[in-house]
Design a protein around this ligand. Structure first.
Ligand code: PLP
Length: 374
């Protein structure tokens, strides 16, 4: 048996789409990016979608075009991939770490409120591992305190909050298409928003601050001399990536259903084990299970790292649970104590979960884990 932690779900359609984009003669940001953006906006129920090179660049762009920079604070969870906090630093602002609710591994309105100061300009909750945060109280808090809500939805494509897909709730949401995510374009990201001004500014920001896109200039028979009203970056997705992304969107429902099926099996198998805790999904959420974690409790007969090693020896790849950013060397000057975050990061494991798992794969994972937990 050789079971990886994740596997992108790509097939002939993606292959052909990439070939067609190459043969079209337009491989940088062009008509396929526009089509992918339109499809993504429609899927998430948001008015605008703007494709980028990654979720990190999407988050950076979202902060920068919103005027968040030096002297401003942005509230983020520490229990997240490091890019969440890095993007705040890329914008020149300061990340302030909020505690999580250990039941969901997500920040809450309460933990965010405790981190607000006079310098807070924005709140950046993460729908960690695809499980939506409880958005309503966070949106109320942001409205009351005049804060911009930017959702780090890197893992949350297709997840729902109170029956509505993630992407159309806060001011801005940013998604990732890295191969460990629900759908992939190799690397890639997307911003969604209902604000036309934000969408227009992000389009310029990703294109060196230029006043017009290459495609618009190409499609007109009038000479256009571009201008550069703002400083920007090259955060453009290519048409080859977008062509793959469109095919991935066609598979999205199937991918999520498969993931939920495996997660349900893991839940059922592990429920009776008093030494582990499995994810709890609140009634407001529809979970895409971008990742599936378990927490080893004090009564576990085996430590987290030893269990990971033993599973690896049986051909099962796992990963440590989500990192705690404030514990990493490059964030040590941010002296905070976040006991729940620290406990969760040290005692959790991510289990293999991907749509092409056969029925035997998750069964083998469970059989092996139970062997070590008994
Ligand atoms: C919560 C979170 N935010 C941001 C990112 C960064 O995404 P990308 O690799 O597309 O820049 C990730 C990726 O792992 C993530 O999990």
């Amino acid at each position: 048996m050789n079971i990886p932690i994740a596997k992108p779900f790509l097939g002939r359609e993606e292959e052909q789409a990439a070939v067609s984009a190459i043969r079209s003669g337009w491989i940088s940001q062009g008509p396929k990016v526009k089509e992918f953006e339109d499809r993504f906006a429609e899927y998430t129920g948001s008015k605008y979608a703007v494709a980028t090179t990654s979720c990190t660049s999407a988050l950076h762009a979202a902060l920068a075009v919103s005027g968040i920079g030096p002297g401003d604070e942005v509230i983020v969870p520490s229990l997240s991939f490091i890019a969440t906090a890095n993007s705040v630093l890329h914008a020149g602002a300061t990340p302030v770490f909020a505690e999580i609710d250990p039941e969901t591994c997500n920040v809450t309105a309460g933990t965010i409120e405790s981190a607000i100061s006079a310098k807070t300009k924005s709140v950046m909750p993460v729908h960690q591992m695809g499980l939506p945060v409880d958005l309503d109280p966070i949106m109320d808090l942001c409205k009351k305190r005049g804060l911009l809500l930017i959702e780090d939805a890197a893992c949350a494509v297709g997840s729902e909050y109170r029956g509505k897909r993630i992407g159309g709730h806060g001011n801005i949401a940013c998604f990732s298409f890295h191969p460990r995510k629900i759908i992939t374009t190799g690397e890639g990201g997307m911003v969604t928003t209902n604000d036309p001004d934000i969408a227009a500014r992000i389009k310029r920001f990703r294109h060196h601050g230029m006043s017009i896109s290459d495609m618009e200039r190409h499609n007109t028979n009038k000479v256009i001399i571009e201008t550069y009203p703002d400083i920007g970056y090259n955060y453009r997705m290519t048409d080859i990536q977008a062509a793959i992304g469109i095919e991935q969107l066609n598979r999205l429902q199937f991918i999520i259903e498969k993931r939920r099926h495996v997660a349900e099996f893991y839940d059922k198998e592990l429920n009776d084990f008093s030494c582990v805790r499995v994810p709890r999904v609140p009634a407001y959420a529809y979970h895409n299970y971008q990742s599936y974690w378990i927490e080893l409790l004090d009564s576990s007969p085996i430590s987290r790292n030893v269990l990971m090693q033993k599973l690896l020896e049986k051909g099962i790849a796992t990963r440590r649970g989500i990192m705690a950013i404030h514990m990493e060397e490059c964030y040590q000057k941010y002296k905070v104590s976040l006991p729940e975050t620290e406990r969760i990061t040290e005692n959790t494991i991510l289990l293999p979960l991907y749509p092409s798992m056969t029925e035997e794969d998750p069964a083998y994972v469970m059989q092996s884990i139970k062997e070590f937990l008994q």
